[in-house]
Design a protein around this ligand. Sequence first.
Ligand code: NAD
Length: 315
Amino acid sequence: MRSGDGVLRGAASPGDDMSASATGSTATSDAVTFSTVGVVGAGAIGCGVAETLARTGHRVVLIDIASDSLDRARTEIAKNLKFAALFDPAMRDMMHSQLVDRIEFTTQYERLGLVDLVIENATESWPVKEAIYQTLDRICREDCIIAANTSAISVTRLAGATRRPSRVIGVHFMNPVAQKMTVEVIRGWHSSDATLEAAGRLLREMGKRAIIVKDMPGFVSSRVLMVTINEAIFVVQDDVAGPADVDRLFVECFGHKMGPLATADLIGLDTVLRSLEVLYESYNDSKYRPCPLLKQMVAAGVLGRKSRRGFFDYQ
Ligand code: NAD
């Protein structure tokens, strides 16, 4: 049965009391229910998820197929934790290296054999994710929950690649994970109440709030945001205004913290393009067709912050 109103019962919901601070808790592993969490994908967002889990007292098995992604992740997480310790009194008593040690960096999926919950953050591509869900279904315990951190792919479709659809749910973290308190939780067609409750519990342990929505490709946030970003790129392509002025209009006139193009740079232009492609294929609606300028920038390797150049310069 699908939920009637999209409200998460018995788990995190808007207004819930959040006991841990997303930016600072250094809880010990015995203070949390999910003592070891699997994280698949060590890219821009998987890194942030692993770091936040470590900071909130969890052990993490971080999996990527690419060893260089894991090396980059280790460096990035160590740097972020060192920096965070400067501002967070709770972290001063702890060596940041102790927090990094909570994370096992590995290419071996078998290391996920005993975990209770896996958060999947691999490349936004159906063939890539389908193969991962089949692998996870084979390797993980039968009662292990799989949480999809996808921007646009239907959670119900991902769940269909497993024999445990009731234990698959969407947890759409926002970037940067350590600083964004709210997570869009997506209830797939088959997601059970127990799965929803477990996801809510983990998010509370991570110091996050949940907003629960139903499952359609792109959910709420990406469906609205990606169209806005794409149109902003069309505006630049049509030479109506340069990137700085497009973003200033949103920041100075609408009070947004970041304009759509700086947001695209933060997400990664490759991930934005893939998300638009998923939306375009899913709805067969031309309003999601990716702007040619976006395609060209991605083909040129201009990917935003991760390549140090996008609509803005990050050298
Ligand atoms: P990314 O390209 O930075 O990282 C993807 C990682 O997945 C890479 O390190 C890649 O090596 C790894 N990967 C690919 N195939 C794999 C496999 N078979 N097994 C294990 N790892 C594999 O992408 P990203 O921006 O981190 O996005 C990852 C996912 O998170 C996507 O589904 C995206 O839509 C979603 N997401 C991204 C953001 C964001 O702001 N970037 C926010 C929320 C959700």
